[in-house]
Design a binder for this molecule. Sequence first.
Ligand code: GLA
Length: 671
Amino acid sequence: MPSLDDLTRPPGRPPRLLYGGDYNPEQWPEETWTEDARLMREAGVTSVTLGVFSWSRIEPTPGAREFGWLDRLMDLMHAHGVGVVLATPTSSPPPWLGHLHPETLPRDEDGRTEWWGSRQHFSHSSEAYRRHAAAITEALAARYAHHPALTMWHINNEYCTHDWGDEAARTFRRWLRDRYGTLDALNTAWGADFWSQRYGTWDEVLPPRRAHYTKNPTHVLDFRRYTSDLLLECFRAERDIVRRHTPHLPVTTNFMPFWSGQDGWAWAAEEDVVSVDVYPDPRDPHGGQYNAMIGDLTRSQAGGRPWMVMEQAAGAVDWRSVNRPKPYGLNRLWALQAVARGADAVCYFQWRQSRQGAEKYHSGMLGHAGARGRVFRETVRIGEDLAALGPRVAGTRLVTETAVLHDWDSWWTGGQEGAPSARVDHAEIVRAWHRALWDAHLPVSFAHPHHDLSGHRLVLVPHLHLLDDAAIENLTAYVRGGGTLVCGFLTGITDQDDRVRPGGMDARLRDLLGIDLLQEWWPLDEGERVDCGTFHGTLWSEELTPAPGAETVAAYRGGELDGLPAVLRNGRAWYVSTLPEPAALGALLASVAHAAGVRPVLDGLPEGVEAVRRGELLFLLHHGAGPVTVPLPGRHRDLLTGAVTEGSVKLDRFGVAVLEEHEPAPEEVRP
Ligand code: GLA
């Protein structure tokens, strides 16, 4: 399969990191394109994504093909040494498609139509949409297959649509037939005897539309699985078209970060390159950790291979209620942080900031202030940094000994109506655990609960509500094989149909974790904390009876749960029945990691400094304000500045050093 390596490490050329962004030049007169190309060169841009929203420009009327402007752009980019990631424009059909084929427009769960006038107004189920999308993809691929600027395909954009309409009902039934074979099996899986929901014919089965009261949770779960799969069908159809024309070029589609709508494991397996769009909030004090988590997840989805930041913002976005820019240095810090965590491509939405349209207040690499603006000056600086790092970094990998298990199937069961607490948010819990590991400087990867875990010393399960039998067998085999496992509350409560396991939690897991009886859940309210002796728990607490031989490492104090385990240990398997406050969770995971033989990247790092090893290089990234000194024994050379340090490294606010061990040259050695 073609990969990012083919682009970043072409034979006979030094390895490089890709740098650039979405380029939407159809907004500008052609004189501007020439200026863009010149400024791209100044900024060290090596890659642009063209055509993401160009459908109405390429096909202004049904069947028309207007490629002249795109030909000129492809040629211009090539002449300036900029490679093109060419997007299929299928995420935003032209108005004529909805006008001619209203059935291409999705319906929401209340039956309301999503009209054109914005973007992403297509139904994954619409036969007419798929036909037109395939035709434009075919034409684009045939036209540019041999263009020398073309480096990669970008299919659609942030697949995220839903449809509850009539065509969707048809494809939902088809998907359900494939899954269950018979209506009886569906009725059993959905527990349809409860509330008289038993289906007698397939035509009675609908998407989970607006209803009087709580919907059947397995029906909703299957609809989420189906939506992810239907969008994946759309992706595959376009991918197969472009592959037929250019089997030598990689294909990707850009994920939203930590996005619940697509099964990220299943999707990544279908791509040649895994790419993501990531927009941490510059005002979030933990924005750096969030960026790190997205990097860890995306790298893991790519199987540890280099991945791609397809989009980030050079400054402010326009979709939060208050959109603040990045202070100078933060864009560079987060860009290099992605590289530290395995990215071989750093790209942005978008190259030149728009003057019209819905995103005119969203930053670009070249902002409204132009080439003299500080945003562009930082764009140039990042280009220089990436050029300096490329030869040593591109294609290298990270080593991790800790895996965090995450799965979309389980995520989809959370947040359902009728849950014990509406405050339990899968993504927030995973983020809290990742943050604890980030604070402790423990490098982590993510893994699916079916993955081979034997290469990890430590496996963490922050929150996997639904676990099928294969996952449970995998966890038990992992611990039997000598691994250390820590599970958070609500692990393995339900099976693949979201049916509660006998006893309220899978019996094999109870055995493994040292739980005799899971009695009752005691979820906590906003601001409520439970005393666990040496720390406080939040969000959740639990009434459980430990099995003989299990050790209560921390117990609830006072109240209904007095004396019952908040943290339980059964050999190498741990169970945490609450969400400890951040520092306590960090301390707990760090001490379990230590006992499992997992060491932080560096000891004694100052507050706010992140350390990551990629290949043979050590990245130090300072997320805090004010200068800091990082103790670092030995001599090192910073690849970004060429400076040689001894014994310590100084970093300014948002400072980054990328260090290699430095042997003194013979003339440097004093006699
Ligand atoms: C997404 C989209 C882009 C743009 C940005 C704005 O990532 O893919 O087209 O809308 O958001 O942040």
